[in-house]
Design a protein around this ligand. Structure first.
Ligand SMILES: Cc1cc2nc3c(=O)[nH]c(=O)nc-3n(C[C@H](O)[C@H](O)[C@H](O)COP(=O)(O)OP(=O)(O)OC[C@H]3O[C@@H](n4cnc5c(N)ncnc54)[C@H](O)[C@@H]3O)c2cc1C
Length: 322
C-alpha cells in the first residue's frame, strides 16, 4: 500500500490499528483486525469500503459480533462495524437502521403496542445481522416482519430496496448470503396489539431462554443449523439408533442440540471450549479459549453425529479470517 493510501485509510473517522476482535464478539475470541473503523453513517460505510479497495486490502462488514468466530490469527484487512442506529415507529411500521440492536426494536415495538416481534427480544446483535441470517426463534423469523430492506449492492455499486420476496429468506438463509450487499436498514410491519401483553410475552420468552440456554456465558448462540429433511428415509440411520420425537418428525426438522446430546457430547471439552451441558448446540468459552479449539470441537461434533446417525451438521456461525 502506498503512503498516500495508508494516510487515506488512517483518516477514516474512528480508525484504529490492531484492534482485538475478542473485544467485539460474544465468543470473546478472535485475533486482531489489522485496521478497524465504526461507520456512523451509510456514506461513511461505503467510503470505508472504497478506501479499502483502493488500498488493495480485504474488508468485512459486521454488526454486533454475536454470530462470528474470528480466527486466532485475526483479520488481515479493514473491519467495519455498522454504527448507524436510528429507528422510527410510524403506525404499524418500524423503519430502522442496520445498526439498531434487535432486542431494542422488539422492546420498542412492544411498548408501542405492536405485536409479532416479541420473539426477537432475546436475540443478541443488530438488525443488519438478523436480516443477513434471517434470525428467528420461538416461532418467529425476520422474514415474517420485513416489508423491505435497503442495501448497497456490491456487484453494481447501487443503493437498492429489496422487497421481502427479493430477500430470498429461508431457514437462516437470505439473498445477502449469496450476493454481497451491505444492509443499510429495513422497514418492518407488525400488527396492532396490546403493549402489556407483548411485554409479558417478552418476559415469558426471556425466562424460557434462561431456563434452556447457557445465557451469560461467552458463545455465539447456536453453532449448528437444525437439520431439515424432506423424507423420513433421510433419517433412517438416526431412527435405527434412537427414538425420534414425533414433534420432530412432524416438523421435518431435527434439533442440532438434540443430536449432539444423543451423541453423548454434552460437556465434551477441548481446552477452554466446552459443549454446554445445558444445551448441545451451544459451545461455551470458559475464558481464554481459542478459535482453533472451537474449530476442533465443531469437527468432533460433526464427525460423531455423522458416524452415529448419518447426519451432517452444518455450521450457523460465520467464520472470519480463516
Ligand atoms: C446467546 C446467543 C443467543 C442467540 N440466539 C439466537 C436465536 O435465538 N436465533 C437466531 O437466529 N440467532 C441467535 N443468535 C445468533 C445471533 O445473535 C444472530 O445471528 C444475530 O442476528 C446476529 O447479529 P449480529 O449483528 O451480531 O451479526 P454479526 O455477528 O455481526 O454478523 C453476522 C453476519 O451478518 C453479516 N452482517 C451483519 N451486519 C451486516 C450488515 N449491516 N450488512 C451486511 N452484512 C451484515 C456479517 O457480515 C456476518 O456474516 C444468538 C447468539 C447468541 C450469542
Amino acid at each position: 500500500m502506498t503512503n498516500d493510501l495508508y494516510l487515506e485509510l488512517k483518516s477514516l473517522p474512528g480508525f484504529v490499528e490492531n484492534e482485538p476482535m475478542a473485544k467485539h464478539t460474544n465468543f470473546r475470541i478472535g485475533g486482531v483486525a489489522r485496521y478497524y473503523v465504526v461507520a456512523s453513517t451509510k456514506e461513511a460505510c461505503i467510503h470505508a469500503i472504497e478506501v479499502a479497495e483502493r488500498a488493495g486490502i480485504a474488508w468485512y462488514v459486521y454488526g454486533g459480533g454475536s454470530n462470528l468466530l474470528v480466527a486466532d490469527k485475526g483479520f488481515d484487512g479493514l473491519m467495519i462495524q455498522v454504527g448507524f442506529r436510528s429507528m422510527e415507529v410510524n403506525g404499524e411500521e418500524i423503519v430502522c437502521d442496520a445498526g439498531v440492536i434487535t432486542a431494542l426494536v422488539a422492546r420498542k415495538a412492544a411498548e408501542a403496542g405492536l405485536a409479532g416481534f416479541e420473539w426477537a427480544a432475546g436475540v443478541p446483535g443488530t438488525i443488519g445481522g438478523a436480516i443477513y441470517g434471517n434470525a428467528g426463534c420461538y416461532g418467529g423469523e425476520m422474514k415474517d416482519a420485513i416489508v423491505s430492506v435497503d442495501a448497497y449492492r456490491l456487484s453494481d455499486r447501487q443503493c437498492v430496496t429489496l422487497t421481502n420476496a427479493e430477500c430470498g429468506f429461508g431457514y437462516r438463509e437470505s439473498h445477502f448470503k449469496k450476493d454481497r450487499h451491505i444492509i443499510f436498514g429495513c422497514t418492518l410491519r407488525l400488527v396492532p396489539g396490546d403493549a402489556k401483553a407483548s411485554l409479558q410475552r417478552i418476559d415469558e420468552i426471556n425466562a424460557k431462554r434462561k431456563e434452556k440456554q447457557p445465557l451469560g456465558e461467552s458463545g455465539a448462540g447456536c453453532m449448528f443449523k437444525n437439520v431439515e429433511f424432506a423424507d423420513v428415509s433421510e433419517i433412517a440411520q438416526l431412527q435405527s439408533e434412537v427414538d425420534v420425537p414425533a414433534s420432530m418428525i412432524a416438523s421435518k426438522t431435527i434439533g442440532a442440540g438434540w443430536l449432539i446430546d444423543h451423541a453423548g457430547l454434552l460437556g465434551r471439552r477441548i481446552g477452554n471450549i466446552e459443549v454446554s451441558p445445558k444445551h448441545g448446540n451451544f459451545l461455551i468459552n470458559h475464558g481464554g479459549g481459542t478459535a482453533d479449539e472451537v474449530a476442533q470441537l465443531v469437527s468432533i461434533c460433526q464427525m460423531e453425529v455423522r458416524n452415529r446417525f448419518g447426519i451432517r451438521l452444518q455450521t450457523e456461525v460465520q467464520f472470519v479470517g480463516w
